[in-house]
Design a binder for this molecule. Sequence first.
Ligand SMILES: NC(=O)c1ccc[n+]([C@@H]2O[C@H](COP(=O)([O-])OP(=O)(O)OC[C@H]3O[C@@H](n4cnc5c(N)ncnc54)[C@H](O)[C@@H]3O)[C@@H](O)[C@H]2O)c1
Length: 728
Amino acid sequence: MENVFHGEHDKREVGTMSIQESLRIVPKGDIALLEWDHIGESANKLSTPIMTRFREILDELKQSSYKAVVIISRKKKIFIAGADINEIKNLKSKEDFAQAVSQGQGIMNRIEDLPIPVIAAIHGACVGGGCEMILACDYRIASEDSSTKIGLPETQLGIIPGFGGCVRLPKVVGIQGALDIIMAGKTVPAIKAKKMGLVDKVVHPAILEEQALKMASDIIADGGKKRHKTFKPKGLMNSVLESALGRNIVFKKAREMTLKKTHGHYPAPLVALDVVKNSYGKSRDRALEIECDGFCQVAGGEVSRNLISLFFMMENVKKRNGVDSDVKGHPVNHMAVLGAGTMGGGIAYVAADKGIHVHLKDITTDAINKGFDAARKIWKKKLQRRRLSKYEFTNKMTFITGGLDYAGFRLMDVVVEAIVENMGIKKKVIAETCTHLKEDCIFATNTSSLSVTEMAEAHPKPENFVGMHFFSPVHMMPLVEVIRGEKTGDVATATVYNLSKKMGKIPVVVKDAPGFLVNRLLVPYMMEAAFYLQEGADIKVVDSIFVKKFGMPMGPFELMDSVGLDVCVKVSKIFKESLGERIELPDILLRLETTDRLGQKNGKGFYNYEKGKKTSVDTTIYGVLGLSNPVNILSEEDIIGRAMYNMVNEAALVLLEENVVGSAEDLDLAMIMGTGLAPFRGGLLRWADTIGAEKIVNDLEMYATKYGPRFKPTTPLRNMAKTHRTFY
Ligand SMILES: NC(=O)c1ccc[n+]([C@@H]2O[C@H](COP(=O)([O-])OP(=O)(O)OC[C@H]3O[C@@H](n4cnc5c(N)ncnc54)[C@H](O)[C@@H]3O)[C@@H](O)[C@H]2O)c1
């Protein structure tokens, strides 16, 4: 096979001229400055044509009289973004993977084997293959800019570093540091990289090139030697852990910790661990062979395919504007947030963090101060962890202002309301606020349960009114549901869609319908768990089945506690009203309402809490709800089946009949980003496709006979089963 990386990329490249110019040598006296600026691409990626060009350049350098090489990127915020995932996606057989890996390994070996020292001058993202390239270099200098992030995120795509990362990183930063990065698929900022020994020097971005060239000159003056990679542990403890005995302890602990976290659902980190362990101390060729075998073991597997498809779903969001037309939406530099509570404070923080000027308005100074404090606390933590400089910390705080009146509101590009969940109050506040805004200001509501269409009646221009539903805690949860009311216009939708992206979030456009999308699917799932409890199940056993067996980030009881038990009861009643027999309220839920249990927020729920952290199941809850001690008569299959098939049933309806969401991909993306639903499964519907509509419908029918009409298969799901169709 001539070229294993066949496919789209080759078609995109017009001729070889752009590739020739994308990677070129600029002479700087004795030093070859190797500039990389992939023409026509936003990022430098290790694609097949680039690797071919790299080989040419390295051959040229080998023959040249240069005494050192400095590799530098000309992209604004990217050094090298890694291998081209499009090409990886198109590979099918193990042989294809093996050939692609050895091609990449070959390039890195050539860099390492150049007779002259190679210095990487790193500014911006340096990940995956990019990180593997700097590891093959002799010296590394990085800019201190916050865009500089170095690491090996491959395991997040279900693969492992295959261009020598598993072999070289332990030699540069030691086994502990290497496993920390490789297994978690982590990136580290420049300062941390320096501390670990991953880079030799950190400088201001403005002097990166000058300092890299100076480093090269100094090395030449010092004899121009290559550097042998050998990690020297600091301190007695680290020396012990890097010894043969210590390494075994580190490997064992790393395996245990990963299994505890992933419950065995993610094979890549464990394969990477084996590769690091088995290749350690071997010759370069043998070590790289072991790495290649490990790569082929996981690449192309189901988990990797699912994680790569998730990666592309997120890439698609980057290219989209949230509407079918090509309207741009307004650029947002100034934004007002009404209500500085839990959600408003979080929204203000996330926007200000991304450089948007935010004005918080509330009805009391106390509330505004709380909003400020919430943001300050998060930045303070980042400052303490050296993720922010003191300057950045002070500067970010200036992006939030606050007040009790509408001063400055005419400047606003967008207003987001996050006040109390009450239609009457919201409508009054919207109408009042609109009298202080410029005509084309977009108004967004963060309501979690009220109708956006009805709320828009309070706005003089309902086409400028839209839903922008964040999830709590705002700074952690990536999803924003962009809700189109009946009259919401394309400009409002595109503005809020793009604003969500600017805030670092993943937006998914949904139609205005009860519970929108994510909550609509989550409520039946939580209700089902309450039925299990009523039928004698143990809270801990149920939660553990969903976490360990299915791969949810938390079980339904922990989820209900974190949402708030009062909120769960209120929302489920609203759902009952709008969804009829498809929602049934278990008696214990109504009994919960008569207790003082609100969940995590008052430290009393299904679980006990200490300083806001979950400790153990509060076993008194069984008695409080009039239940006897749990007996666990339900099978694991039924516990997962009843709740998850319920969700799939509702999903078929919202996707195929009600058109609440545009595609199966969008539905899956929303569920993964909004609830953390098992990313390794690729989403709810991708998982459902592995089971098949026929089995799901059969089981739902059986459950409907046994437990009631809430399980009745919906028409679209029935049709899918009849015609043997899948969601994808
Ligand atoms: N808490 C969640 O998990 C969550 C998640 C998604 C959406 N939401 C929605 O976000 C909104 C806010 O929820 P929250 O949990 O932040 O509530 P919260 O009670 O923490 O905060 C509401 C804030 O609004 C202020 N406020 C009330 N009337 C106001 C007015 N006229 N003008 C300005 N400020 C006013 C209050 O003083 C308070 O500070 C609600 O619509 C809720 O449904 C909440």
